[in-house]
Design a protein around this ligand. Structure first.
Ligand code: MN
Length: 305
């Protein structure tokens, strides 16, 4: 492949998985002698806490049009609606994702370069690509740290049902190349929790998707937290939806191993009870017996119309 390579995620916001994939895959392309750049234009969400923001992360935040043709590589995204605006579909050369729904669209365009697979973190696919290219030993500490963190964060510490052995294996292998404190997971999650206490409402807005539900749009947010008990009690003081908006928020409580669902909509509460067997614990809250991820719930919502 000639020309420069631009690695990108979605336009709305970036989570730790997107960031890790963009940075590590750009690095892999450079190791392979390509010209490559990683770009994220949207804000970084709460899954990327302060100590990670201090790492020397090679990434750009805007796209400069050049005369040279470029190839776009999509990571952690396959829905054309959410692509960065500067990405041209006919110039996409590769795609790595673990969200469902657009496999056939891409497979038709890029039969050999569409890697949309059922793994817990897209970071797992990027690590496997490092191995396929025999480049594991070349990976930088920053990329290894990011991929490792993305895998445990995106799989809710390997507890979410989307987790597969490939995620566990990748995470163990990457750890050899990472340089992180012993208690990194608890540091990571406590920093993420600190962020929540500061500005829950803004954080939710940053990780919210607009989803079509039986013909009207709902707001579907997600919060992943080590232990959600402290925020459940003050949640409604900190987050108030506009009266005309229908909201569903999945609050994944990792240590407790269950999800809390906040909703201000009776039909969504009923739907969630049906999909997940969640029990109601207060007017707007339900709790499920296991952890759920938004992408699993979305799959149920869209397949059971
Ligand atoms: Mn992901």
């Amino acid at each position: 492949m000639n020309g420069s390579h631009i690695v990108v995620g979605g336009s709305a916001y970036a989570d730790i998985d997107v960031l890790a994939c963009v940075v590590a895959y750009t690095e892999l392309l450079l190791h392979n002698g390509h010209e490559a750049k990683g770009i994220i234009t949207g804000p970084w969400n709460q899954t990327i806490p302060n100590s990670i923001r201090k790492w020397p992360i090679p990434i750009e935040n805007s796209f400069q049009e050049t005369l040279n043709p470029c190839h776009f590589i999509l990571v952690d995204i396959s829905d054309p609606k959410f692509m960065e605006k500067f990405v041209r579909i006919d110039q996409v050369s590769e795609i790595y994702d673990h969200h469902y729904g657009h496999e056939s669209f891409w497979k038709e365009k890029l039969p050999n370069d569409t890697h949309i697979e059922r793994v817990g973190a897209c970071a797992t696919l990027i690590w496997e690509k490092f191995k396929e290219n025999n480049c594991e030993h070349l990976i930088s500490e920053v990329s290894a740290n990011l991929l490792y963190t993305a895998i445990f964060s995106n799989t809710l510490n390997f507890k979410s049902l989307v987790t597969v052995d490939r995620d566990r294996i990748a995470s163990e292998e990457i750890l050899k190349y990472a340089s992180l404190p012993q208690d990194w997971k608890s540091i990571y999650y406590s920093e993420v929790a600190e962020g929540f206490n500061k500005d829950l409402s803004t954080l939710i807005q940053k990780d919210t998707k607009l989803v079509d539900f039986h013909g009207s749009q709902i707001y579907f947010g997600q919060v992943e937290i080590w232990n959600a008990t402290p925020i459940i009690h003050k949640f409604e003081h900190k987050f108030t939806p506009k009266p005309n908006e229908e909201w569903l928020i999945n609050i994944a409580s990792i240590e407790e191993d269950h999800s809390y669902f906040y909703t201000n909509s009776a039909r969504l509460q009923e739907k969630m009870a049906h999909i997940t067997d969640a029990t109601r614990i207060s007017e707007n809250f339900q709790v499920s017996s296991r952890l759920w991820l938004r992408k699993e719930i979305l799959r149920k919502i869209t397949s059971s119309k």
